[in-house]
Design a protein around this ligand. Structure first.
Ligand SMILES: NC(=O)c1ccc[n+]([C@@H]2O[C@H](COP(=O)([O-])OP(=O)(O)OC[C@H]3O[C@@H](n4cnc5c(N)ncnc54)[C@H](OP(=O)(O)O)[C@@H]3O)[C@@H](O)[C@H]2O)c1
Length: 350
C-alpha cells in the first residue's frame, strides 16, 4: 500500500483541531505528522496540552506527539488549519508563502477574491481559483477554505434547488450548537435554559458566503449568486448540530415531490470520485413531521449528510423547510478533509 501523506494541524487543541485528530485516525490517505497550537501548548505532549472532548479515545500515537511552534519551519506540506480568524489572518499566509497547502476553516481569507471557498458537492470547479494565488506562483503554496458552519448546511439544501429551479430569495433563522463557539466557548450560566440571539459576524458570513458558494466561476473571480438572502443567527443549548428554519422563493414553480426528489437524488463530484469522506447521500429528506432533530439526526452519513425535513408551503415566499448539519464535522473538519481529498485527486497535493 502506498504510504500516507503526512499532514499537520494548526490549532490542534481546539474543538475543530480535535475533530481533525479524530477523523484522521483511520484516514486512508492522510496521517497526522505535526500538531501546533498557541504558546500555551507548545512543547508539551499533545495528550497533556489538550482537553480532549471527543467521544472516541485520543489516539495514543497522537497523545505522545509534542505540540510544535505554530510556524512553517519543520511543518509538513499539507496543513489543516483551525485557528481563530484574527490569528489565521497572520499565520495562514505565512504557511502558504512557505509552500504549504493550507486547508482552512477560518473566515480570515474566505471572501478574498483569489481564495476558493468550496463545498465539493456544490462548487468543486472553484478550486481553479488557486491558480490565481501569488503564493502558488511563488512557492506552490496555497489556501483553500470551507464555509462557516451555518452556511454549509444551508447551501447543501439550497444547491439542488438553485441548480434545478433557480433561487430568488432566501430567509434563514439558525439555532446553533454551543460547540460552534469553540472550547470552552459560551459560559454555561449564559446558555443553560436560554437562547442568545446574537453571534458576532455570523449573519454577515452566512449571507456573503452563501452567495459566493452558489456563484459562478468566471476566469479569475467568482460572480456571486444573484439572489437576496437574509440570515438571523441564534445560539441554543445544543451540544452539536446547527438547525435552521429556511424560507425560499424559487424562479421556477415546483411541487413538493419534485423538491424532495432533488434533495434525495443530489449527488456530485465527491460521490462520483468516491472520496473517502464523501457521504453516500449528501442531502437526505426526513418525512416525519418532527425531524430533523440534532439528538437523532446530527450523525447522519458519519456527520457529513445534511438532513432536511418539514417541507411545506410558505405564505410569504414559496416554501419553508428545516435543515440540520453537524457543525464540527460537515461544518468544519469533515468539510476540510473533503476539500483536501478533492485537491489530492486533482493533483494539487503532489
Ligand atoms: N467550532 C465549530 O463548529 C467551527 C465550525 C466551523 C469553523 N470554525 C472555525 O474554526 C476555527 C477554530 O475554531 P474552534 O472552535 O476549534 O476554536 P477553539 O476551540 O477556540 O480552538 C482554537 C485553537 O487555536 C489555537 N490558538 C490560539 N491562539 C493561537 C496562536 N496565537 N497561535 C497558534 N494557535 C493558537 C488554540 O491553541 P491553545 O489550546 O494552545 O490555546 C486552539 O488549538 C475558528 O476560525 C472557527 O471560526 C469552527
Amino acid at each position: 500500500m502506498p504510504s500516507k501523506i503526512p499532514v499537520g494541524i494548526l490549532g490542534a487543541t481546539g474543538v475543530v483541531g480535535q475533530r481533525f485528530v479524530q477523523m484522521l485516525e483511520h484516514h486512508p490517505w492522510f496521517a497526522v505528522a505535526w500538531l501546533a497550537a498557541s504558546d500555551r501548548s507548545e512543547g508539551r505532549p499533545y495528550g497533556d496540552a489538550v482537553r480532549w472532548r471527543m467521544k472516541t479515545p485520543l489516539p495514543p500515537v497522537v497523545a505522545e506527539m509534542r505540540v510544535a511552534q505554530a510556524s512553517p519551519d519543520g511543518a509538513p506540506k499539507v496543513i489543516f488549519a483551525a485557528l481563530d480568524a484574527a490569528i489565521a489572518a497572520d499565520l495562514e499566509p505565512r504557511f502558504a508563502d512557505a509552500g504549504c497547502a493550507v486547508v482552512s476553516n477560518s473566515s480570515a481569507l474566505r471572501m478574498k477574491s483569489d481564495v476558493p471557498l468550496v463545498i465539493p458537492e456544490v462548487n468543486a470547479d472553484h478550486v481553479k481559483l488557486l491558480e490565481c494565488q501569488s503564493w502558488r506562483r511563488k512557492s506552490h503554496g496555497f489556501v483553500v477554505t470551507n464555509p462557516n458552519c451555518s452556511a454549509i448546511g444551508l447551501v447543501m439544501a439550497l444547491a439542488p434547488l438553485h441548480q434545478q429551479l433557480g433561487i430568488e430569495t432566501v430567509m434563514a433563522v439558525t439555532m446553533q450548537a454551543v460547540s460552534g463557539a469553540g472550547y470552552p466557548g459560551v459560559a454555561s450560566l449564559d446558555i443553560l435554559g436560554n437562547v442568545i440571539p446574537y453571534i458576532a459576524k455570523e449573519e454577515e458570513k452566512m449571507e456573503e458566503e452563501t452567495l459566493k458558494l452558489l456563484g459562478k466561476l468566471d476566469g479569475s473571480k467568482v460572480i456571486p449568486a444573484p439572489f437576496g438572502m437574509s440570515a438571523h443567527c441564534n445560539r441554543v443549548a445544543v451540544e452539536d448540530g446547527h438547525t435552521e428554519s429556511v424560507s425560499v422563493k424559487l424562479k421556477k414553480k415546483a411541487g413538493p415531490e419534485e423538491i424532495i426528489k432533488s434533495w434525495n437524488e443530489f449527488r456530485s463530484v465527491p460521490q462520483q470520485l468516491q472520496l473517502p469522506s464523501a457521504p453516500e447521500q449528501p442531502v437526505q429528506y426526513l418525512g416525519s413531521a418532527d425531524r430533523p432533530q440534532p439528538r437523532f439526526d446530527v450523525d447522519a452519513g458519519r456527520g457529513m449528510t445534511a438532513s432536511v425535513g418539514r417541507l411545506r408551503p410558505c405564505s410569504v415566499l414559496d416554501w419553508k423547510f428545516t435543515v440540520l448539519s453537524h457543525n464540527t464535522i460537515r461544518g468544519a473538519a469533515g468539510a476540510a478533509l473533503l476539500n483536501a481529498e478533492l485537491l489530492k485527486v486533482r493533483g494539487y497535493l503532489d
